[in-house]
Design a protein around this ligand. Structure first.
Ligand SMILES: Nc1ncnc2c1ncn2[C@@H]1O[C@H](COP(=O)(O)OP(=O)(O)OP(=O)(O)O)[C@@H](O)[C@H]1O
Ligand SMILES: [Mg+2]
Length: 309
């Protein structure tokens, strides 16, 4: 089983509007959709579509938290959230013809030291039956910046593979516990090393530096250009087939979900990369986040290419 952890969950609202947006006026929406959100929740949906047994975990609170759990129930995704006093935030995505997607993210509630401790107490029990644990996204205000590092260390001590997909200080702290895999995109690796990347040679160099820090699988995702994997079996470049991209939000999360499934199935590094770039490209073809037609996976996997460098 796979457990996906999301500390900063959200209730995602997509607002679709056909008319031109005129700021400062009343705008009527043509349709809207509410879904359970937060990066690890997207990972859970993607892993489930890959056919993996998965549960979503993390923090949820208030009526929004209850609705998030109800939406997961509807999607048939098991969950074990620790309930907090604050209200789970809403994130609004306005989709229109002129601007494409404009997101409004609520800051979210503060998490107390007591609530953090409650989560950490329950965490070993929550992940007990899982082979792979994924930890995704930002931390809510009030949480310790080293919590992902502590969660990684606990899971590894319990014999589990850990995928850490975050950025900034939580990534810097988390890497110290040597997760099995990290998946920064280009922005995130630039921020991590405080550099600018100009070419593939530099992607390889900095991915190698992360690998040298004791991370067995370093994946750098490069949007439509695919991804680079540095592993003990070598360095691989994976490219997805060309697809008609309608919404690339959550492509990274889908990649993490697919890689988690690949680790659980003990795919070889090269095949894990092929599978992950393909599943992620399936997400790009779908208007929903971390949600795609699983029927496309086999065809896309056959078309994706992986080259050993
Ligand atoms: N336009 C695209 N066409 C095909 N595949 C894509 C496209 N964009 C992304 N992908 C696939 O998704 C993978 C991850 O994408 P990306 O590098 O954008 O992740 P990310 O920035 O972490 O995304 P997010 O954090 O929004 O989930 C890529 O390696 C690729 O396989
Ligand atoms: Mg990402």
């Amino acid at each position: 089983m796979i457990t996906t952890v999301t500390m900063n969950t959200s209730l995602d609202k997509a607002y679709f509007i056909k008319s031109r947006i005129v700021n400062g006026t009343v705008m009527r929406l043509d349709s809207c959709r509410t879904s359970a959100g937060g990066k690890g929740v997207n990972v859970a949906r993607a892993a489930a579509l890959c056919g993996a047994k998965v549960q979503a975990a993390g923090l949820a609170g208030g009526f929004n938290g209850q609705q998030l759990e109800a939406l997961l129930d509807k999607d048939g995704i098991a969950h074990q959230f620790v309930h907090i006093a604050g209200e789970t935030r809403c994130c609004i995505n306005i989709l229109d013809q002129e601007y494409g997607s404009t997101e409004y993210l609520e800051p979210g509630c503060e998490v107390s030291a007591d609530e953090e401790q409650q989560f950490m107490q329950r965490y070993p029990e929550i992940i007990r039956d899982s082979d792979v644990v994924t930890i995704s996204g930002s931390l809510p205000r009030g949480m310790s910046k080293d919590i992902y590092g502590r969660m990684t260390a606990i899971a590894k001590d319990m014999g589990k593979a850990v995928i850490l997909d975050t950025s900034g200080e939580p990534l810097k702290q988390g890497i110290k516990s040597h997760p099995t895999m990290v998946k920064p995109n280009q922005d995130e690796i630039e921020q991590f090393f405080g550099i600018k990347i100009h070419n593939m040679q530099e992607v390889i160099r900095y991915a190698g530096k992360l690998w040298d820090m004791g991370i067995p699988y370093v994946v750098i995702s490069l949007g439509k250009d695919g991804a680079l994997l540095v592993s003990g079996d070598g360095i691989f470049r994976g490219r997805p087939p060309e697809v008609e991209a309608v919404n690339t939000v959550g492509c990274g999360d889908s990649m993490v979900g697919a890689f988690a499934a690949a680790l659980e199935r003990r795919y070889e590094a090269k095949e894990a990369l092929r599978y992950a770039v393909s599943v992620a490209s399936a997400n790009a073809m779908s208007p929903n986040t971390g949600d795609f037609d699983p029927k496309n996976i086999e065809r896309l996997t056959a078309q994706a290419t992986v080259e050993k460098l």
